[in-house]
Design a protein around this ligand. Structure first.
Ligand code: ZN
Length: 593
């Protein structure tokens, strides 16, 4: 295809664009956009020599330098002094102030008063009107604060993010009184298996009792791996350490103390299953277990992308390099700095140095943006893996903590699925806040784009299974324990995704019938192919739009109301492939660790 050359001016400056005739339209627009040094939201207008506006597309008529097109950037960004001057005030600072106020209300009150939502509705409808007026369309620059029908409802606020003093005192008192002997021999053995599912309902009613048990069971892990004797750990110090760890996990939906316990227990189970006690020394094992215990300390429920985009204190402190993981690690050593909770206080300098180095490596390895780097390293040493090689052991330790960290799907479905709900809740809350603050919205966290099955299939297929399979290549005994259940989970979510797709098609057919005739085919009324999946699917939907249940869907279907379409869990055009592709592109699942 021949190359086209277009001569034009921007602000009187002559420019020349060159592109192939079959160049995609978006690329041509981007070319002109960069020539005009325009921002992504600015509107470009191109005038032909006759003074008429013409479309910026590959179909542009080639011209000569004496007969130029003229390019104008219509919408300057809202920070420009020119715009502020024309309006009499600075829009962006006003918007920032509003966002700040809104965030403060949410942070301090937990939820915004109804009047705020009412005002937002009015602002939205006003903006809609403005956007429909062509010459004011630059107002489209402003981010959409209220996409969809949901209310933005960030879960975090200062009063509940950290554990209360009362909550902590209660657990501390009881925990210090509890003896490891209260854990039965049966549970002790059960703890050593990855199928351990004794405790994992993420939101039990008796939170304190549950947490107490988990603290005690973690203590059993230290005892049963013989760390107490090997490293001369005083029981009271171990108890203080575990209590401090418990205290420094926040009350958030996913990255809480129970997640810490799940990861630690999986690590513990893997150590036993693969008989690492006979292959690695106890210092390595101590590194692995303690890293698992500390790996998400003081997680606030917002991933690294958010930390960096929002320029949080953590991102500033760690220069955007794994801010969260660096923080988790720093908190761990803050706890260990206190004599009364320093389980390493009786170690030699060299032992301490080695263990500190190991823990830092393991915790930093849980940053999923390093997933491929670590997995590829492991693959490269796999065929000649040597347990006496320090470097090999270090890579293995990183792989083991990574596997443990994302191992929920290896657990029975009734355990894994509620955890997924918690994860999605945390994701959705982050994307709500991102929208609220005008930050880039993390695609795999967007409640308007992600459903439970679409979130799972890509993650299991492209992240989880390849990692687990490599580990099972080194330890074939793990195949049945962690790979089989994950494959089952993949089948389950693939089926769920197909069922949701079918459901949407059926509903679309019903709507077409309603459009063209009052006679809805009787076979379509109230039929739900996805019925067997509704209980699961509804949980996702309910997070988005309220209370769309199967019974309400039946009711709505028979009364020919179109509301359910607004509550469809995914946008109609979005299929498995699209979800997977988008997830891949956004380094999906990256912060679910
Ligand atoms: Zn984690």
């Amino acid at each position: 295809m021949a190359t086209k050359i277009i001569f034009f001016t921007v602000n009187g400056r002559p420019e020349k664009a060159e592109f192939p005739g079959d160049c995609p339209a978006q690329d041509v627009k981007d070319l002109f956009r960069s020539a005009a040094e325009a921002g992504p939201h600015d509107i470009l207008k191109l005038y032909n020599p006759k003074g008429n506006i013409t479309n910026i597309s590959p179909g542009l008529e080639p011209n000569s330098s004496s007969c130029c097109y003229k390019l104008e950037v219509v919408a300057a960004d809202c920070n420009s002094a020119e715009l502020a001057g024309a309006l009499g005030f600075d829009l962006s600072s006003m918007e920032k102030r509003l966002q700040g106020l809104e965030k403060r209300i949410l942070t301090e009150a937990g939820d915004a008063p109804a009047v705020v939502y009412e005002m937002k509705k009015q602002v939205d409808s006003f903006r809609e009107k403005l956007e429909s007026v062509e010459h004011l369309s630059w107002l489209g620059l402003f981010k959409d604060l209220s996409e969809g029908t949901h209310k933005p409802s960030p879960f975090y606020h200062k009063r509940t993010l950290h554990k209360t003093r009362k909550e902590c005192e209660h657990v501390r008192e009881k925990f210090l009184q509890m003896s490891s002997l209260e854990v039965s021999e049966e549970v002790r053995q059960y703890l050593k298996t990855p199928t351990f599912d004794n405790c994992f309902e993420p939101k039990p009613t008796m939170v304190a009792v549950e947490d107490l048990r988990l603290c005690t069971e973690t203590r059993v892990m230290y005892t049963d791996l013989d760390f107490i004797a090997a490293f001369n750990i005083e029981p009271a110090v171990l108890q203080h350490f575990l209590f401090e760890v418990y205290r420094r996990y926040n009350n958030i939906p996913f990255h809480n103390f129970k997640h810490c316990f799940c990861v630690t227990q999986m690590m513990y189970g893997l150590i036993w299953l693969t008989d690492l006690k006979s292959k690695m020394d106890s210092e390595d094992l101590l590194i692995m277990l303690t890293s698992a215990v500390c790996h998400d300390l003081d997680h606030t429920g917002y991933n690294n992308a958010y930390q960096i985009n929002a320029r949080t204190e953590l991102a500033l402190r760690y220069n955007d390099i794994s801010p969260l993981e660096n923080h988790h690690c720093a908190i761990a050593f803050e706890i260990l700095e206190k004599t009364e909770s320093n389980i390493f206080r009786n170690l030699s300098m060299n032992q301490y140095k080695r263990i500190r180095e190991g823990i830092i490596k393991c915790i930093l390895a849980t940053d999923m943006t390093r997933h491929n780097e670590i997995l590829n390293k492991f693959k490269s040493i796999l065929t000649a893996f040597d347990f006496t090689n320090k470097e090999h052991r270090e890579v293995l330790m990183m792989i083991l903590i990574k596997v443990s960290d994302i191992s929920n799907e290896a657990r029975p479905m009734e355990v894994a699925e509620p955890w997924l709900d918690c994860l999605l809740q945390e994701f959705y809350n982050q994307s709500d806040v991102e929208k609220l603050e005008g930050l880039p919205v993390t695609p795999f966290m967007d409640r308007d784009k992600v459903t439970k099955p679409s979130s799972q299939t890509g993650f299991i297929r492209f992240v989880l299974l390849p990692l687990f399979i490599e580990l099972a290549n080194l330890f074939p005994c793990l195949e049945q324990h962690i790979i089989h259940p994950v494959r089952k989970a993949l089948d389950y979510y693939t089926e769920m995704e197909k069922a949701l797709e079918r459901e949407k098609v059926i509903r679309a057919q019903i709507c077409v019938s309603i459009d063209y005739s009052e006679n809805v085919p009787p076979n379509l009324i109230g039929r739900s192919e996805a019925h067997s999946f509704w209980p699961a699917a509804n949980r996702v939907v309910s997070g988005r739009s309220g209370d769309f249940t199967s019974s309400s869907s039946m009711k709505v279907f028979s009364s020919y109301t179109l509301c359910p379409l607004a509550a469809l869990p995914t946008s109609p055009s979005r299929g498995v492939a699209a979800a997977v592709e988008e997830n891949k592109q956004s380094r999906r699942g990256s912060q679910r660790a």
